[in-house]
Design a protein around this ligand. Structure first.
Ligand SMILES: NC(=O)c1ccc[n+]([C@@H]2O[C@H](COP(=O)([O-])OP(=O)(O)OC[C@H]3O[C@@H](n4cnc5c(N)ncnc54)[C@H](OP(=O)(O)O)[C@@H]3O)[C@@H](O)[C@H]2O)c1
Length: 265
């Protein structure tokens, strides 16, 4: 039986690389994003993850057309930059709405069907930023940390079913995400922040430009989803990025903070 997969974030970046990759490997694939997609072998399924009803309708369409849903690879997400003190709250809230509540909505719309699959897989794309508080990316880091914790809860809740859940936490990926995200203009900020904000934000943009290719991350996600038994999370990135997620948990708090501060100095 052909397995049915839903890939979110299919109009750009990782999702755009992953959806046709799955189609080429024999899955029946639906690609979701707000913009329609035109990708080989992929059925476009426009929906907004912040709109719970649109996700239920999209899932109902998949079930009506195929009778099943085996795999959900959730790549939709947004970034954003600004200091906690001054970033407009509606911008921060949009990040949380998309990255955390969007994932929550997606779970509520799809879990019932995924649980019915004999080999259900749910892969939620987080970030290494969910393991640490990067300066001037507080809303984004918080949204990915919340996603990680939700994934941990969900894994325990579905124990004993055939569904496996994991989070993939990538480091920098060279996609359009920096170009499309909200980055607060430095000149709007209090002077105490301006120089450090510019440096951190420019550094982030050049790290993303020099990051892994979306195709590489898509291949990694494909490899992970096909493992027999999924771990709670997988970090995908350079050695130093993988090491940072370990150090953030094991180093004493002040020492880890010094390491991060030095990096962003
Ligand atoms: N790029 C990086 O360096 C990096 C690093 C670590 C983690 N990540 C994470 O990896 C994932 C993929 O990132 P990317 O770089 O591939 O991003 P991207 O190129 O900016 O693509 C983001 C995708 O999410 C979709 N999306 C955004 N808001 C949505 C909404 N409300 N409803 C439905 N779809 C929505 C976009 O489609 P529409 O605009 O058409 O809706 C687009 O297809 C994200 O979760 C991101 O946080 C990225």
């Amino acid at each position: 039986m052909t397995e049915v997969a839903l890939v979110t974030g299919a109009s750009s970046g990782v999702g755009e690389a992953l959806a046709p990759l799955l189609a080429a490997r024999g899955y029946r694939v639906y690609g979701m994003s707000r913009r329609p997609v035109d990708l080989k072998g992929v059925t476009s399924l426009p929906a907004d993850v912040t709109d719970a009803l649109s996700l239920v309708q999209a899932t109902d369409r998949i079930i009506a057309e195929t009778g099943r849903l085996d795999i959900v690879l959730h790549c939709a997400g947004i970034g954003g930059a600004g200091p906690v003190e001054q970033m407009p709250t509606e911008r921060a809230r949009k990040i949380m709405d998309t990255n955390f509540w969007g994932s929550w909505n997606l779970c509520q719309a799809t879990l019932l069907h995924l649980r019915k699959s004999p080999r259900g897989r749910l892969v939620l794309v987080g970030s290494i930023a969910g393991f640490m508080g990067i300066p001037f990316r507080g809303a984004y880091c918080a949204s990915k940390a919340a996603l990680k914790t939700m994934t941990d809860s969900l894994r325990l809740e579905v124990q004993g079913t055939d569904l496996q859940v994991t989070m993939v936490a990538p480091g920098d990926i060279a996609t359009n995400s920096i170009a499309t995200q909200y980055r607060q203009p430095a000149e709007d900020l209090d002077p105490i922040y301006q120089a450090r904000y510019r440096k951190a934000d420019d550094g982030m943009a050049s790290n993303v430009d020099a990051g892994m290719s979306a195709t590489h991350v898509a291949e990694e996600i494909y490899r992970i989803m096909n493992r027999d038994s999924l771990k709670p999370y997988y970090v995908v990135g350079q050695f130093v990025q993988k090491a940072s997620t370990v150090a953030s948990r094991w180093l004493p708090g002040r020492l880890w903070e010094k390491v991060l501060a030095k990096y962003y100095e």
